[in-house]
Design a protein around this ligand. Structure first.
Ligand code: NAD
Length: 240
């Protein structure tokens, strides 16, 4: 078991080969919708039913997709490296289903819904929870409307204290499948560089912040990530 501290940050690109579309599939839209219309608090206030149905469709889709070799390679890495922190911007549960059960979801999760009044979350993935009608919570005396447990644009990402602590202490920082547009996630590579970590990127095409990385591997994560991680583990096993 290696003592090297590795932090991995994944984005929508790692789930693309599982069949979940990324945010910026070339047209700047998410499943044909403008981000402002489905992923902001303003959109929720203006037309909650529209936003609700969008996320219910994403939640149903999650049940139809499977982890791909990139998710699996990260689950294998976790078995070899005690000191691995996996952070994802993704709201799907494909890392957990591949075996990374302690994944940190900085932008929330599709699996859970959040009470609009108390802020408590509950896992709601039964058949009756996936229909188009609004659902209500089980935490309040008078049941309240639930909202998607998603960090929308303009809202504060989750677990930032733990995330900065892990990145500031890491030896290797690896980003997989992220366009480098969404902050603060896109800025974490700078925190890792300042901490003296080796910074590695695996992405289909060069993202806007590609220059910030010491090592860049371009290609599909499912095809190239297993090799990148194997090399990382072998390097780590070399005597100092
Ligand atoms: P993004 O959509 O902005 O960028 C995705 C990046 O992945 C692009 O640079 C693209 O070139 C790359 N990519 C596409 N296919 C790839 C592949 N097979 N292998 C490697 N790279 C590939 O995604 P982001 O940077 O994560 O930011 C967008 C936001 O979208 C996140 O906050 C996230 O919450 C949300 N989102 C999540 C999901 C999901 O949970 N699966 C899906 C869509 C959007």
């Amino acid at each position: 078991m290696s003592r090297q501290r590795i932090v991995v940050l994944t984005g929508a690109g790692i789930s693309a080969e599982s069949g979940i579309r990324t945010f910026r599939d070339g047209d700047g839209l998410w499943e044909e919708h403008r981000i402002e219309d489905v992923a902001t608090p303003q959109a929720w206030h203006a037309d909650p039913m529209f936003v609700w149905r969008f996320y219910q469709a994403r939640r149903r889709q999650m049940l139809e997709v499977e982890p791909n070799p990139a998710h699996e390679a990260l689950a294998d890495l976790a078995e070899r490296h005690e000191e691995l922190t996996l952070i994802t911007q993704n709201v799907d549960d494909l890392h957990e289903r591949a075996g990374n059960t302690s994944t940190i979801h900085m932008h929330g999760r599709l699996k859970t819904l959040r009470c609009e009044r108390s802020g408590q979350t509950e896992v709601r993935m039964e058949e009756g929870d996936l229909k188009d009608e609004f659902l209500t919570c089980t935490c309040c005396a008078v049941a309240q409307r639930l909202r998607p447990d998603i960090v929308w644009f303009g809202e504060m990402p989750m677990h930032m204290e733990d995330i900065y602590a892990a990145v500031e202490e890491c030896d290797t920082f690896l980003v997989v499948g992220s366009s480098g547009h969404v902050y603060p996630a896109a800025g974490l590579v700078n925190v890792a560089n300042a901490a003296g970590a080796k910074t590695i990127l695996v992405n289909l095409e060069a993202p806007v912040n590609a220059d910030a990385f010491t090592e860049v591997h371009l290609g599909k994560a499912g095809e190239i990530l297993p090799g990148v991680l194997k090399h990382l583990s072998e390097e780590d096993m070399q005597p100092e």
